[in-house]
Design a protein around this ligand. Structure first.
Ligand code: SF4
Length: 126
């Protein structure tokens, strides 16, 4: 059972990662209603071509201080705070997408619904 707010919604593709979203033609990310388990074939194929983070979003455990994005002073993830600061609210989504990890999502736990309004606009840079 996942601990509350234990999931990172912008994790790299590594062991245990599940597919959370797929980039669409508009340059945003379609968040899946439920994350999908990945098989070896997907992982191998995803490494080919343009950077995987530009095409997919993954969810995995939040590793807190083991992640360079972790803000030790506030004991929180700096990524979603930065995203909310940088993206003007006029671009935020009005509706929250159906998302199967909301009860365990680090970003939602920190920022509430605002996190979900910008979440589809975020791509992992790698
Ligand atoms: S921020 Fe919201 S939409 Fe994005 S993964 Fe977390 S709960 Fe889902």
């Amino acid at each position: 059972m996942e601990a509350p707010r234990s999931l990172c919604p912008s994790a790299p593709l590594y062991q245990g990662s599940r597919l959370l979203g797929i980039a669409n033609e508009a340059g945003e990310v379609d968040i899946l209603a439920q994350p999908l388990e990945l098989n070896e074939g997907f992982v191998a194929a995803a490494q080919v071509g343009s950077p995987v983070g530009q095409r997919f979003r993954f969810v995995n455990k939040c590793v807190k201080s083991a992640c360079q994005q972790w803000d030790g002073a506030s004991q929180s993830c700096s990524v979603i705070k930065t995203v909310l600061d940088k993206i003007e609210s006029t671009f935020w989504k009005e509706e929250l997408v159906a998302c199967g990890i909301r009860s365990s999502c680090r970003w939602y736990g920190q920022e509430g619904a605002n996190a979900c309004k910008v979440c589809p606009l975020v791509k992992y840079q790698y």
